[in-house]
Design a protein around this ligand. Structure first.
Ligand code: GTP
Ligand code: MG
Length: 393
C-alpha cells in the first residue's frame, strides 16, 4: 500500500514546523507525503528541491514575510487561505501535524489547519514543540497561549519541549541545539512512518493509528529509543522508559493506552521481541491498553529502535462514532488485548469529541477569548458548527 492509498500526510506549520517535516522527509527518502504552510517565502526557498511542497499563505497581509511572532496574523493568514489549504490537504485521512510554538505561524495558523483537516474528515495527531527556555519567557508565554487552541482542534496532542528533546540528544554546542533537537524529532517521525506504512510481522498500520486517535481523548506522549549489540532490546526499553519526553522520571505512569513499535533487522529473534514486549508491559500502569507493532528491515540490522505513543486519556468505545466515511468500523476494543482487567481509566475523557459532544462544544476553548466576529458570525466556532453540519468521526 502506498502513502496515497493510506491517506497519511505529514504537515509542517511555520518555519520550525516545516524544518522538522523536511528533515523527516529527507530522512525517509522518496515517498513520504508531506506539505508545509508558512507566510515566509524564505522557508520554502530553503527547502531542497522536490523534497516537499510548502504553500505560502497570507500573501496580501504578510507579503511573503514572517509574522514576527504575531499569532493573530498567522491565524488570519490561514483563515484567508483556508480553501487553498484544504486543496493541498485533500485526500488526507490521517495527518501528523508538526509546529514549533512561540512564533506567529506555528501558534496562530496551526489551530486553523487542524480545523480544516477535521472538516475534511481527517484524524489528526499534532506535535507541538515548546521553545527552549533560553529563548525567554515571552516566547514560552506565547506558546502556552497557543496550546489550548491547538488541543481543541487536534484528536491527539503531543507537547514536545525542545529542551527535553535536547536532553535526550545529549550535550551539544549551543549552535547545534536547534538542528540536533530537530533531527531527534524528525528521526522519531521517520521511524513512526516506516512502522505505519510497512506491513510487519505484527502490523501497527494506519487503521490501527486511526482507531487509537479516535479513542484517545487529548494529550499523548511520544518517545523513541535505540540500542545496538548484545542486550540491545533490554537497553532500548530502559532508554525508552527513561526518556525525558515521557516526562521527567515518570516513564509510562498515567498512560491509558500505549502503542509500541519495534523496528529492527531480520536478525531480531522472537525471544528478544518477547522480552521487549514483556518489559514494556511490566512498566505500564494497571489496566493500560497495549498494542505492539513490528517492522523488520535490513537497514536496521544489528539495531533495535523503539517508538512509543502513550495516550493519557481514553474514551469509551461506545462513545466514539465509527469512521463512516472510510467504512472503518474497527475500534481499539477489538484491535488489541487489554494489559489488565480492571481498566480503571475506561471512559476517562469520555466527554471528548464524539458526534454528540460536538454540538455541545460551543466556543469550547475559545470561551475565555474575545470573539472574532465577521458578518455577525463567530469565527472562533468551527464552520461546521456555525453552519449546523454534523461530522461523522
Ligand atoms: N526545530 C526548529 N525549531 C525552530 C527553528 N526555528 C525556530 N524554531 C523554534 O520555533 C519557535 C517558533 O519560531 P518559528 O517557527 O520561526 O515561528 P513561525 O511559526 O514561523 O512564526 P513567525 O516566524 O513568527 O512568523 C522558536 O521560538 C524556536 O523555538 C528551526 O529551524 N527548527
Ligand atoms: Mg517563521
Amino acid at each position: 500500500m502506498n502513502e496515497k492509498q493510506t491517506g497519511l500526510m505529514l504537515v509542517g506549520v511555520g518555519g520550525g514546523g516545516v524544518g522538522i517535516a523536511a528533515a523527516a522527509a529527507a530522512a525517509f527518502g522518496a515517498g513520504m507525503q508531506a506539505v508545509g504552510f508558512d507566510t515566509d517565502a524564505m522557508t520554502s526557498r530553503q527547502l531542497p528541491g522536490g523534497l516537499m511542497r510548502c504553500l505560502l499563505i497570507g500573501v496580501p497581509r504578510c507579503d511573503g514575510r514572517a509574522t514576527g511572532g504575531d499569532m493573530v496574523k498567522g491565524r488570519t493568514a490561514a483563515q484567508d487561505d483556508v480553501e487553498a489549504i484544504k486543496n493541498a490537504l485533500a485526500g488526507t485521512r490521517t495527518a501528523v501535524v508538526v509546529a514549533t510554538l512561540g512564533g506567529g505561524v506555528g501558534g496562530g495558523a496551526t489551530p486553523e489547519i487542524l480545523r480544516a483537516l477535521r472538516e475534511l474528515g481527517a484524524h489528526t495527531l499534532c506535535f507541538a514543540a515548546l521553545p527552549f527556555e533560553l529563548e525567554g519567557p515571552e516566547r514560552r508565554a506565547a506558546a502556552m497561549r497557543a496550546l489550548p487552541l491547538i488541543e481543541e482542534n487536534a484528536d491527539a496532542l503531543v507537547v514536545v519541549p525542545l529542551d527535553d528533546l535536547f536532553a535526550d540528544a545529549g550535550g551539544y554546542a549551543l549552535a547545534d541545539a536547534i538542528p540536533r533537537a530537530e533531527a531527534m524529532l524528525a528521526a522519531g517521525l521517520t521511524l513512526f512512518w516506516r512502522l505505519v506504512l510497512t506491513p510487519g510481522f505484527i502490523p501497527l498500520d494506519v487503521e490501527t493509528i486511526h482507531a487509537l486517535l479516535r479513542q484517545s481523548g487529548g494529550r499523548c506522549r511520544f518517545a523513541v529509543a535505540s540500542a545496538e549489540g548484545a542486550g540491545r532490546g533490554v537497553e532500548a526499553v530502559s532508554r525508552l522508559s527513561r526518556s525525558a519526553l515521557l516526562g521527567k522520571g515518570t516513564g509510562f505512569a498515567g498512560a491509558q493506552a500505549v502503542a509500541l513499535g519495534v523496528l529492527a533487522g531480520a536478525d531480531l529473534c522472537l525471544a528478544e521481541l518477547s522480552e521487549i514486549s514483556k518489559r514494556v508491559q511490566a512498566a505500564l500502569p494497571g489496566g493500560c491498553r497495549f498494542h505492539l507493532g513490528t517492522m523488520l528491515d535490513e537497514r536496521f540490522a544489528g539495531h533495535v529502535h523503539l517508538v512509543a505513543l502513550a495516550f493519557d486519556a481514553w474514551r469509551d468505545a461506545a462513545a466514539t462514532a465509527p469512521d463512516v466515511k472510510s467504512g472503518d468500523e474497527t475500534t481499539m476494543e477489538t484491535l488489541m488485548p487489554l494489559a489488565g482487567d480492571s481498566r480503571p481509566g475506561r471512559g476517562r475523557g469520555g466527554a471528548g469529541r464524539s458526534k454528540l459532544s460536538f454540538g455541545a462544544t460551543g466556543r469550547g476553548r475559545f470561551k475565555g477569548v474575545e470573539a472574532t466576529l465577521l458578518n455577525g458570525e463567530d469565527l472562533d466556532i468551527p464552520a461546521y458548527l456555525r453552519r449546523g453540519l454534523t461530522l461523522d468521526r
